[in-house]
Ligand binder design. Structure first.
Ligand SMILES: Nc1nc2c(c(=O)[nH]1)N[C@H]1C(S)=C(S)[C@@H](COP(=O)(O)OP(=O)(O)OC[C@H]3O[C@@H](n4cnc5c(=O)[nH]c(N)nc54)[C@H](O)[C@@H]3O)O[C@H]1N2
Ligand SMILES: Nc1nc2c(c(=O)[nH]1)N[C@H]1C(S)=C(S)[C@@H](COP(=O)(O)OP(=O)(O)OC[C@H]3O[C@@H](n4cnc5c(=O)[nH]c(N)nc54)[C@H](O)[C@@H]3O)O[C@H]1N2
Ligand SMILES: [Mo]
Length: 760
C-alpha cells in the first residue's frame, strides 16, 4: 500500500540557532522577493506582487488579516503573503507528461515539499480503478463521471462536499447550493478544524459567531491580549498593527507557552527605523501558560477582577452593562469564588503573581480587546475556554463599545466568508428557508457531517463520494492513517486544486484532479473579465480580481467547475440558472443579496474600492441570543489527567509553510532549519528522559487505551513550560486521535495531544 503521509527519511541536515528576538526587518522583504523571483521569474512575479492587497487588486491568498481602510502602502503584503503568491504564480507545470512520467507510487515516495514544488496542475486528470498513473480527461467527461458516481449513491448523504477557506464567496455560495439541491447538508470545511470552537462560543453567548472589532480599534485600544496566536508567522501584517497599538500607548499581553518572536519585538521593513535595524518592543508582558492552561489562567484573571470590584465597588465590574444587557453573572461569580488559587496556579502552570500582573493591565485599561487563534480553539475544552474570555469582557463591559471587544483571528483568507455563504453542515432555518424560496426547492433540514463526522462516515462506508473545493483534507485532518483508510473506502475522491498534494495520492476507487485558476489569475467568462469577493477577519467584504495570464489555457474558475458539475448532476431537476451564473458572476451576487442578510446592493457595494462592512449587532450592544441578552457562562475546570511520563504536545506551524503546503524548511524565528521532523521539548523533561539535544526519538500518543506512534523526530531543547512539547503539523497529525475533539464544536484537540517520548 502507498504511504498515507510523507515517509520519514534520514535526519541529518538539521541546522540550529538561537530563536530570534525580533521579527521581520529588511530580511523579510529580501526573503519574500527571493521566493517570488525563484518561482515566477521577475516579471510575472513583480506584476503579481504589485497588485497584492491593493484596492481593485487581488486579495492575498494567505491569511485573513484585514487591509487598512484608508491609504495603503504600495507594499501591503508580508513575507508569507509573498510566499503564497510565489507558490501560485510559479512557472513550473504539472501536466499530462508529468503524470505519465511519475506513477502514483513514485509520487507517494516524494516529500510534501516536492509535491507542491512540482508546479501548477494544468489539465483535469483522472485515476481509473486500479490504474498506476493519472491520465488526462476532458472537463465534460470529468463532470459526467462525478454526476454518475453521485447519482449512484444510495442516499444523497453518501456525498461529502468539503471546502477549504480559500474559496471565494461566489464559489462557496454555489457549492453549498449544489450540495443542498443534491440533497445533503454534508458540508464539512476547514473551519471545523480551525475556529469552530470560537463560532460555537460566540454565537451562544453574544449571538454572532464573528469578531466584534475593527482594525483601527486594535491599533488604538489600551490593552490587547493576544492568546494562543503566533502573528509573526501566521498573520505577519498584524505586526504592523501591534506596533501601532504600542506607539499609541496601548499595552500588549502575550499568553503563550512559547515566547514567539513575533510577539517580542518588530522591526518594520518599510520604515526607516526598521531598515536600520531598530525595533519596537511589542508585548509588555509575556504569560508562559501551560498547554491547555488558559481556562485556569482566565479564571485567575476574573478572580482579580471580582476582588478589585469588591475593594472598590462600581469601578471594575460594569454593573449597568451587566444588569442591563447580560444574564448569568451571579452563577459565574459564585463558581469563580469556589475555585482556589492553588488549583488555578497548578493547572495553568503560572504563579499567582504572573496572573495578577496580567489582570492589572486588563483592569487598569479603559478599553481592551482579546485576539486569539488556534492555541485556544484546538483543545477538548476550547469552547469553555473561549466563553471564559467572553465572560471577562462582558463582566467588565469591555465589549460593544469603541476599542473594546473580541477578535478571533481567522486563518484562511476567506474562511469567514465561506461560512457567511452557507458552508456549514448546520445552517440555521432562516437561511435554508430563503434558499428554498429563491431557488424553488426544499433544502434538506437534517444536519450534515462536519469534518470528523465525515471521516468517520467514510471510514464506515457511509460516505462514498468525496469532493474537495480546495484544501488538503487528508493531511489537514487528524489521525492521518485513519483518515487515509476512510478516503480509500470511497468510490470517488475528487479535488478542485491548484497544486499537487498528498490528498491526490491517497484516493478512492477512482480519483479526479480538477485544476482551477488561482486568485492572481484573470478569470474571463462569457460576459468578460470577472471578479470575486471575500470577507476578512473583521467582516469587511471586498472584491478580488486577478490579472495574470492563467497557468494553463485549460484551467477553469472554481465557480465554473461547480456550475458544470451541478448541471451534469442535477440536469433539469434544478431551477438554478447554472449557465447564467457561470457566464456572469453578477448574477450570483444578485442571488446572494436575496438570500443572505447584509448584502443589499451587493454588486454596487462590491465595486467600492474598500468594500463594505457586514452589520454586526454586538457593536450596538444588541445580542441576538435566545434570551436577547449576552450570556455570562459557568465554565468548570477540566484538566487533562497525565501519567508521570506523559507530556502534552501541541501541533503547530513553522514559518515556512501554509498549513499543509510546505514552502521550505526554515523556521527562521525559532532557529530551526533544514528539518521538519523535530519535537520542541522543555530541557528538564529531556533530562528526565535521558534525551540529549538533537537525539532521534519516537513519539507515542495515548487516548482511551489506544496508542499511535510517529517515528523518528529530533528532540530540540526549547523554552516551553515543563510538561509541554510541540511538533509541526502535518507531520504530527498521525498522533491526533480522531476521537479527541472539543465538546460542542468537535474541533480536533490538536494542541493538547497526550504523548510519551522515547529515545530511539
Ligand atoms: N504563513 C502562514 N500563515 C497562516 C497559516 C500558515 O500555515 N502559514 N495558516 C492560516 C490558518 S488556516 C490559521 S487557522 C492561522 C493559524 O494561526 P495560529 O493560531 O497562530 O497558528 P499555530 O501555528 O497553530 O499557532 C498557535 C499558537 O498558539 C500557541 N499555543 C498552542 N497551544 C496553546 C495553548 O494551549 N494556550 C495558549 N495560550 N497558546 C497556545 C502556540 O505556541 C502558537 O504560538 O494562520 C493562518 N495564516
Ligand atoms: N494537527 C493539526 N492539524 C490541523 C491544524 C493544526 O494546527 N494542527 N490546523 C487546522 C486548520 S486551522 C486548518 S484551516 C486546516 C487547513 O486545511 P485545508 O484548508 O484543507 O488545507 P491547506 O493546506 O490550506 O490546503 C492546501 C491545498 O489547497 C489547494 N489550493 C491552494 N490554493 C487554492 C485555490 O485558490 N483554489 C483551490 N481550489 N485550491 C487551492 C492546493 O492544492 C493546496 O495543496 O488544517 C487543520 N489541521
Ligand atoms: Mo485555520
Amino acid at each position: 500500500m502507498l504511504p498515507d503521509a510523507e515517509p520519514p527519511r534520514k535526519l541529518e541536515n538539521l541546522e540550529r540557532s538561537a530563536p530570534k528576538d525580533k521579527a521581520v526587518g529588511s530580511k523579510a522583504v529580501t526573503n519574500s522577493l527571493k521566493h517570488v523571483n525563484r518561482q515566477a521569474g521577475a516579471n510575472r512575479g513583480a506584476q503579481a506582487i504589485y497588485r497584492l492587497n491593493q484596492k481593485g487588486g487581488f486579495d492575498c491568498p494567505s491569511c485573513a488579516w484585514p487591509d487598512p481602510d484608508g491609504k495603503r502602502s504600495s507594499f501591503e503584503f508580508c513575507e508569507n503573503g509573498a510566499k503564497a503568491v510565489a507558490t501560485e504564480t510559479t512557472k513550473k507545470k504539472v501536466g499530462p507528461d508529468f503524470f505519465a512520467k511519475h506513477s502514483l507510487k513514485a509520487l507517494s515516495e516524494q516529500s510534501d515539499f516536492w509535491l507542491n514544488d512540482a508546479g501548477r496542475i494544468t489539465e483535469p486528470m483522472v485515476l481509473e480503478k486500479g490504474a498506476t498513473h493519472y491520465t488526462p480527461i476532458s472537463w465534460d467527461a470529468a463532470a459526467k463521471l462525478i454526476a454518475e458516481e453521485l447519482k449512484s449513491c444510495e442516499t444523497p448523504n453518501e456525498g461529502i462536499f468539503y471546502t477549504s477557506g480559500r474559496a471565494s464567496n461566489e464559489a462557496a455560495f454555489l457549492y453549498q447550493l449544489f450540495a443542498r439541491q443534491f440533497g445533503t447538508n454534508n458540508l464539512p470545511d476547514c473551519s471545523n478544524m480551525c475556529h469552530e470552537s470560537s463560532g460555537s462560543a460566540l454565537s451562544q453567548t453574544i449571538g454572532v459567531g464573528k469578531g466584534t472589532v475593527t482594525l483601527e480599534e486594535i491599533e488604538t485600544t489600551d490593552c490587547l491580549l493576544v492568546i494562543g496566536q503566533n502573528p509573526g508567522t501566521n498573520h505577519p501584517r498584524m505586526l504592523t498593527s501591534l506596533e501601532q497599538t504600542v506607539l499609541n500607548g496601548g499595552k500588549i499581553v502575550s499568553v503563550n507557552p512559547l515566547l514567539e518572536t513575533g510577539l517580542r519585538a518588530f522591526s518594520h521593513p518599510q520604515k526607516l527605523k526598521g531598515i536600520l535595524g531598530g525595533a519596537t518592543q511589542l508585548a509588555s508582558l509575556h504569560v508562559p501558560v501551560r498547554l491547555n492552561g488558559d481556562l485556569p489562567f482566565l479564571k485567575g484573571m476574573l478572580k482579580c477582577v471580582l476582588e478589585a470590584e469588591a475593594n472598590a465597588p462600581g469601578t471594575v465590574v460594569d454593573q449597568a452593562f451587566v444588569s442591563g444587557y447580560t444574564q448569568g453573572y451571579e452563577a459565574c461569580q459564585a463558581e469563580n469564588e469556589s475555585v482556589s488559587w492553588d488549583d488555578l496556579t497548578t493547572q495553568s502552570g503560572l504563579s499567582e503573581t504572573e496572573i495578577r500582573k496580567a489582570a492589572d493591565i486588563f483592569i487598569n485599561a479603559q478599553e481592551a480587546i482579546t485576539c486569539w487563534a488556534m492555541g485556544l480553539t484546538q483543545h477538548h475544552n476550547a469552547v469553555e475556554t473561549i466563553r471564559e474570555v467572553i465572560n471577562l469582557h462582558l463582566i467588565t463591559g469591555k465589549i460593544g463599545r469603541a476599542r473594546s471587544g473580541l477578535c478571533p483571528v481567522r486563518g484562511h483568507s476567506n474562511v469567514q466568508g465561506d461560512r457567511t455563504m452557507g458552508i456549514w453542515e448546520k445552517m440555521p432555518e432562516p437561511f435554508l428557508k430563503k434558499l428554498d424560496e429563491e431557488f424553488e426547492f426544499t433544502a434538506p433540514r437534517k444536519h450534515g457531517y462536519d469534518t470528523v463526522e465525515a471521516i468517520e462516515a467514510m471510514h464506515a462506508g457511509k460516505g462514498r463520494v468525496f469532493i474537495g473545493l480546495g484544501g488538503n483534507f487528508l493531511s489537514a485532518s487528524p489521525d492521518t492513517h485513519y483518515t487515509a483508510a476512510a478516503m480509500r473506502r470511497c468510490k470517488l475522491t475528487a479535488h478542485i486544486s491548484t497544486k499537487l498534494n498528498r490528498g491526490h495520492l491517497v484516493t478512492g476507487e477512482r480519483a479526479l484532479i480538477l485544476p482551477c485558476l488561482g486568485r492572481t489569475e484573470a478569470d474571463i467568462r462569457k460576459s468578460g473579465p470577472q471578479f470575486v469577493t471575500v470577507e476578512n477577519s473583521m467582516s469587511v467584504v471586498h472584491s478580488s480580481e486577478g490579472r495574470l495570464e492563467p497557468a494553463s489555457p485549460h484551467l477553469l474558475s472554481e465557480t465554473a467547475i461547480i456550475c458544470r458539475i451541478a448541471k451534469a448532476t442535477l440536469g433539469n431537476a434544478s431551477r438554478v440558472p447554472w449557465q447564467l451564473f457561470e457566464d456572469n458572476y453578477d448574477h450570483i451576487r444578485n442571488a446572494i443579496e436575496k438570500v443572505i442578510p447584509g448584502f443589499k446592493n451587493f454588486n454596487e457595494k462590491a465595486r467600492k474600492p474598500s468594500g463594505f462592512y457586514l452589520p454586526n449587532a454586538v457593536k450596538q450592544r444588541v445580542f441576538n441570543t435566545e434570551s436577547g441578552k449576552a450570556e455570562i457562562t459557568v465554565n468548570t475546570l477540566k484538566p487533562i489527567p497525565l501519567e508521570d511520563d506523559q507530556l502534552l504536545l501541541q501541533t503547530f506551524r513553522s514559518h515556512d509553510q501554509f498549513n499543509t503546503t510546505i514552502y521550505g524548511t526554515n523556521d527562521r524565528y525559532r532557529g530551526i532549519k533544514s528539518e521538519r521532523r523535530v519535537i520542541f521539548m522543555n530541557r528538564e523533561d529531556m533530562k528526565e528522559r535521558s534525551i540529549v539535544a538533537e537525539q532521534p526519538v519516537d513519539i507515542t500518543s495515548h487516548f482511551q487505551g489506544e496508542t499511535r506512534t510517529a517515528e523518528l523526530f529530533l528532540a530540540i531543547p526549547y523554552d516551553t513550560p515543563k510538561g509541554c512539547a510541540a511538533a509541526y503539523y502535518p507531520e504530527a497529525n498521525v498522533l491526533v486521535p480522531i476521537g479527541a475533539r472539543a465538546e460542542t464544536s468537535q474541533t480536533p484537540s490538536s494542541k493538547s495531544v497526550v504523548v510519551t517520548v522515547c529515545a530511539r
